[in-house]
Design a protein around this ligand. Structure first.
Ligand SMILES: Cc1cc2nc3c(=O)[nH]c(=O)nc-3n(C[C@H](O)[C@H](O)[C@H](O)COP(=O)(O)OP(=O)(O)OC[C@H]3O[C@@H](n4cnc5c(N)ncnc54)[C@H](O)[C@@H]3O)c2cc1C
Length: 467
């Protein structure tokens, strides 16, 4: 019998598999995707957020535990478990040598990459290279991997894992790690969770999925129905405002529109609805998908002028360009009079300051609701650009409740041989909000714990059976 069955094929699954292998367990991974699409959302990633007390290889200055914790506390509005969050933060300071050992290479953050040189370690070759490196290492250590193997249910006995089913095939193991992502790719579940708004719309029908199509939440639902303790609100997710022209799945990072803080954003009625300059973009980009989801028609438009060009990572597709603001309104099919009223009110409210996009500067609006509290400069220099935005779901936060052992719990009782990692439990740390790179920090920390614990449970049972 296999010692550790790992369900999933992304970062959390691979970290779990590698730790279990290092501990001497035999490992089988079941990945829903075909080989060419392996790696889930992890293949789309670029970096992980790392605590450090002094400069470390690719990271400049320091990013101490307390600052990381305060950042997390701020974005989640307190909807986080401090003990588990601190566990993740501390683990993020020591995981990179282990990642390197398994073939991951790091590089400094690119210039213009959203002020992340201090806080985030970038993977050379991105998440795809990370997934490939981990697979190479896992296979060298003897892991077996099966693709096109979506698990649809488990056999559980009194809180113990017994077997997993891929269709009619029953696969037994001594212990199991669930790392099968959230339910972001399950559009019916998203529709259900978001329901209908006051205007009679189904907002989720207009969501795009930034990553894999394989995270359908099948096992998450199975586990919740089987009585596993869960945590989180099904409407909470990492949601980015992305290019409305992005494909339904797997558009990845190149569909991001990163100029929001340099201009204004209006909705379909040509009205502003949120402070575009509230904080640095890496601390705010993940709330904009949700904000757009709350607008009529679930669409919004990021408006900039020539002054912003060159100050943000340009999107893949060019924006709608116009030589005047009324022309831009017409090109975006927005009510021209209302658009001009919004832009004129904004431009008139901008107070002169020393513009500096690398800090929270003093360029603010006065007497405007909602205000723009940093980087507020009149939008008056042609040419003007507009980008239509849609909510892009990255990953959902509803998950299974854990403690620091990563064990799945039933009525507060920890399972002896069933563990969970990654998006399937990220909601313990992320009740809402997001700060760039913390998804991989959570998956790496808990993937490693889950793999270690699963190997311990399996080896103990193996010894027991042999005795
Ligand atoms: C475009 C994009 C960019 C991102 N950038 C970053 C970043 O730079 N830094 C960061 O920290 N986070 C980033 N994230 C978030 C990050 O991807 C996730 O936090 C992290 O990858 C989650 O890892 P995971 O292993 O839990 O899930 P995934 O990597 O999604 O893996 C889930 C795996 O489970 C498999 N699976 C699903 N259901 C089943 C089933 N029933 N049976 C078997 N297998 C199943 C899937 O095929 C997949 O292999 C990004 C996400 C996206 C979409």
């Amino acid at each position: 019998m296999i010692d550790v069955l790992v369900i999933g094929g992304g970062n959390a699954a691979l970290c779990a598999a590698l730790m279990a292998l290092e501990a001497g367990a035999s490992v089988l991974m079941l990945e829903a995707a075909p080989r060419e699409w392996r790696g889930g959302n992890s293949m789309h990633t670029r970096n992980l957020r790392c605590m450090h007390d002094e400069p470390q290889d690719v990271l400049v200055d320091a990013y101490p535990e307390e600052e990381f914790w305060q950042d997390l506390l701020k974005v989640t509005g307190g909807a986080t478990n401090e003990a588990l969050a601190r566990l993740v933060i501390r683990a993020s300071s020591t995981c990179r040598p282990w990642m390197r050992k398994h073939g991951v290479r790091f590089q400094p953050s690119l210039s213009g990459a959203l002020h992340t040189a201090r806080t985030n370690a970038f993977f050379m070759g991105g998440g795809k290279a990370l997934v490939n490196a981990y697979h190479r290492s896992a296979e060298a250590l003897g892991a077996r991997v099966r693709y096109d193997a979506p698990v649809d249910r488990l056999e559980l006995r009194d809180g113990r894992f017994v077997a997993a089913f891929v269709g009619d095939e029953r696969i037994e193991a001594r212990a199991c790690v669930l790392a099968a992502g959230g339910f972001e790719s399950n559009r019916e579940w998203l529709r259900d969770a978001w329901g209908r708004n006051d205007a009679g719309e189904w907002p989720a029908d207009n969501f795009l999925i930034r990553g894999t199509r394989f995270n359908r939440g099948t096992l998450l639902r199975f586990m919740v129905d089987a009585g596993a303790d869960s945590i989180g609100d099904p409407t909470q997710a990492h949601m980015v405002a992305i290019d409305a022209r992005a494909p339904l799945y797997d558009g990845g990072i190149c569909t991001r529109i990163d100029c929001v803080s340099l201009g204004v954003v209006v909705n379909r009625d040509a009205r502003r609805f949120y402070d575009e300059g509230e904080d640095f973009w890496p601390k705010r980009y993940a709330i904009w998908g949700r904000l757009v989801a709350q607008q009529p028609g679930q669409i919004a438009y990021s408006i900039i002028d020539a002054k912003a060009v060159g100050r943000f990572m340009p999107p893949v597709f060019p924006g709608t360009k116009a030589n005047s603001l009324p022309e831009l309104a017409r090109a975006l099919q927005l009510d021209e009079a209302r658009f001009m009223a919004t832009l004129t009110a904004y431009n008139d409210a901008c107070r002169p300051g020393a513009f500096d996009h690398t800090k929270l500067d003093d360029c603010v609006t006065e007497g405007l609701a909602p205000p723009k509290t940093h980087w507020a400069r009149p939008i008056e220099t042609p040419p003007f650009y507009g980008y239509a935005l849609r909510p892009g779901v990255t990953f959902t936060y509803l998950g299974l409740k854990v403690d620091d052992t990563a064990a799945v719990r039933f009525g507060g009782e920890a399972s002896p041989n069933l563990f969970v990692a990654g998006e399937m439990m990220a909601g313990n740390v992320l009740g809402k909000g997001y700060t760039a790179g913390v998804g991989m920090s959570i998956g790496t920390a808990f993937g490693r714990i889950a793999g270690t614990r699963a190997a311990q449970a399996a080896l103990k049972e193996r010894e027991h059976a042999a005795a």
